[in-house]
Every structure is written in structure tokens, then in C-alpha cells.
Design a protein around this ligand. Structure first.
Ligand code: 5AD
Length: 359
């Protein structure tokens, strides 16, 4: 047993903060024993705030048309093998109607950077969704837009915005993205979203090409300092039509370990057990929750769209990934002592210092 690593873990549990060097030591010093220690503590702080509740989000993949060409992504604009689609506002509304019936109270509109969806069109759609479902939250995940655009979407009623930062290290960011996409702009977008008042989510892929423990340490420090309300992390999984087709996928173990660390940094954060985690490991969803995650995002998109939104090889879209199989998801969560709830599931607003005082 490496005592100094447990000392670092204890410091994280107590202070919710570490130096980049300490994060790096934790990441590179991964062991089963340390992972168990961190996940037990992560689950404890999560339970104090969110009890045994798991929030669900209905994910609607509105378009796989994208002007960007992120090197790792299956729906990158330059992939001519990808069959493109986009849903109309009417089809998106229909997904919400079906989702509401199933018990979803958050709809996540996610898509590539598709110029078809103007501010005007999105604002109209968002205000419509909020009018028909006033008890629901609308989350957007539509990439980089101008601050004015973000503001309009917020004013139209959108509550949350997910924009993974992808890499907090500029050099790594630039290795994963073509020139024309800028690290500074990505960071600026995140700042704008937060300033406008969105519940804001960032995140990154675990095991991305060229990624080292030092890079992950930077991601963790960024997450600590940026204080996002949500954070999406999942293993990198290669896609056949990218330059990284032959790379190895990221590991479920390391992803779960990082979920625990992120939970300990920000006890109240909304943390999904992602589809990518479920794709690399059959019980990935369960393992994510047992490591400190508290959100799952099953897919509400129409059947015809699902296969086409292929970010990586073999992306799951059946079983518990399918919003229409919510009963199975409920059962699987019950089996590990958790309860899927019908609720908007907003971030618990409390200062970190107050967390862990209860119970
Ligand atoms: N493997 C895992 N995650 C991926 N994403 C894109 N491509 C992949 C991949 N090959 C993630 C990115 C992006 C989100 C929509 O999906 O982090 O932000």
C-alpha cells in the first residue's frame, strides 16, 4: 500500500482541492485499493446531498451534421461515410412528448454544429418546449456559439448547457482538433455560458490519444477551478473512419476512478455515468453510479436517427441506453440500491464547505 497516495486522497476528501502534482500522482498511482477508498468516500458525500436518487435525462440527438472536424469523432464533418440526418422542430417536440410520458423531466438537445438551427429557430423550439412542459428543464449541447446566441437561448428558457472542454491543456486540445478550432474559444464559450447563468457542464474523454496523467491532472484542476454544475466524462472509443481508428479505448476502471475524484472535488456536481462508459463495460452504468455518478442519460431519439449518431464504434443504443426501456434501467439501479426519480434534478446549490455536514 502506498501511504502517501492515501494521504493525498485524504487531503482531497477534506479540502476538495489538490495541486496539479498531487492530482497527477493520484492518477498515475491508480490501484484497486485506492479506487475503492475514493469511491466509498465519493458515494458517501453524494448520498449526503442526493440520497440514493439517480436523475435521468432524455437525450435527443437532433442532428449529426457538423461543420467541425474533431479528429476523434465519428460524426466529424469530413467523414463522408457518415449518413447525415437532422430532426425537425416538430420531430424534436414529439420526442419530448414521448419522454414526458416515460417520466423524463429534463430534455437534452444534443447535436453537431449544424448551421441549420438558427437562434430564431432554437428559441422558438425552446420556448415551445417550456410552454408545453413548464415543469421540465431544457439542456442544450450544441457546441460553440457566440455569446449573443447563448444569451438568446437562455432568455428563451434553456436552463443548462453542456460543452465538454475536451482538454484543459492547449497542446493536447490542438492535437485532437484541426486548426480553425481554438482552445481559447472553447474556454471562452464555457465562461460565457456560466456568466449568462446557464447551469454549465464541461468534460473530457478518458484515454484520448496522446493523453497523459499530467493532462488529466490539468483537466481535474480546471474542473476544480471552473466549478461546473455538470461534468461529462467517458472513455475515448475509436471510430473506424477517423485517424485514431487503431487506438485503444480508454479504460472503464480509470473513468470510474476519475468520477470518484470529481465527486470529491465538487460534492454537489451532476455527474453522468455516460453511454461511452456503458459501451466499454456491460455494467458501466452501475459502476459509474457506484463510483459517485448520479445521472444517466438514456436516448429518446427516433429509432432511425440513433444508429447514425455514431460518435465512436458500436455506440450503445439498445437496452438501458434506450429511454423506452426505462423499466430495465430502474430495475438495474434498484439492484444496486438506487432509485431513478421523476424530477428535473437541478444541481444542489450549496457551498462545498457545507457538504458532508449532514447525516
Ligand atoms: N469516443 C468517446 N467520446 C467521444 N466523443 C466524440 N467522439 C468520441 C469518441 N471517439 C465525445 C466528445 C464530445 C461528445 C459529444 O462525445 O467528448 O464532446
Amino acid at each position: 500500500m502506498n501511504n502517501s497516495l492515501f494521504t493525498i486522497a485524504d487531503k482531497l476528501i477534506k479540502n476538495h482541492s489538490l495541486t496539479p502534482d498531487e492530482y497527477e500522482q493520484l492518477v498515475s498511482g491508480y490501484s484497486k485499493g485506492l479506487a475503492n477508498y475514493l469511491s466509498a468516500n465519493a458515494v458517501k458525500v453524494r448520498k449526503n446531498i442526493y440520497s440514493n436518487q439517480v436523475f435521468i435525462r432524455g437525450l435527443i440527438e437532433i442532428s449529426n451534421i457538423c461543420k467541425n472536424n474533431c479528429f476523434y469523432c465519428g460524426i466529424r464533418g469530413g467523414n463522408h461515410y457518415c449518413q447525415r440526418y437532422r430532426l425537425t422542430p416538430k420531430e424534436i417536440m414529439q420526442c419530448c412528448v414521448e419522454g414526458y410520458e416515460l417520466g423524463f423531466r429534463t430534455f437534452v438537445l444534443q447535436g453537431g454544429e449544424d448551421g441549420f438551427y438558427t437562434d430564431e429557430m432554437l428559441c422558438h423550439l425552446i420556448s415551445n418546449i417550456k410552454k408545453v412542459f413548464p415543469d421540465c428543464a431544457v439542456t442544450l449541447s450544441l457546441g460553440e456559439r457566440s455569446k449573443e446566441s447563448y444569451r438568446k437561448l437562455f432568455d428563451a428558457g434553456a436552463d443548462r448547457y453542456l460543452l465538454r472542454h475536451e482538454a484543459a491543456d492547449k497542446e493536447l486540445y490542438e492535437k485532437l482538433h484541426p486548426t480553425g478550432m481554438s482552445f481559447e474559444n472553447r474556454m471562452n464559450c464555457l465562461k460565457n455560458l456560466k456568466d449568462i447563468g446557464f447551469q454549465t457542464g464541461c468534460g473530457f474523454m478518458v484515454g484520448a490519444p496522446y493523453q497523459t496523467a499530467r493532462h488529466i491532472a490539468k483537466d481535474l484542476k480546471f474542473i476544480e477551478e471552473f466549478k461546473p454544475d455538470m461534468c461529462g466524462i467517458g472513455p475515448f472509443i475509436p471510430h473506424r473512419d477517423t485517424i485514431y481508428a487503431k487506438e485503444n479505448a480508454g479504460s472503464a476502471d480509470l473513468t470510474c476512478y476519475l468520477l470518484s475524484i470529481i465527486r470529491l472535488i465538487h460534492p454537489n456536481i451532476l455527474l453522468p455515468a455516460t453511454t461511452a462508459l456503458g459501451t466499454v463495460s456491460d455494467d458501466g452504468r452501475e459502476r459509474g453510479i457506484l463510483s459517485g455518478a448520479n445521472v444517466v442519460m438514456p436516448n429518446l431519439s427516433p429509432e432511425s436517427a440513433r444508429k447514425k449518431y455514431e460518435l465512436y464504434n458500436n455506440k450503445l443504443n439498445t437496452g438501458v441506453e434506450n429511454a423506452f426501456h426505462i423499466a430495465e434501467l430502474k430495475k438495474r439501479m434498484e439492484n444496486i440500491g438506487y432509485e431513478v426519480v421523476v424530477a428535473r434534478g437541478d444541481v444542489a446549490r450549496m457551498r462545498n464547505a457545507e457538504c458532508g455536514m449532514k447525516g
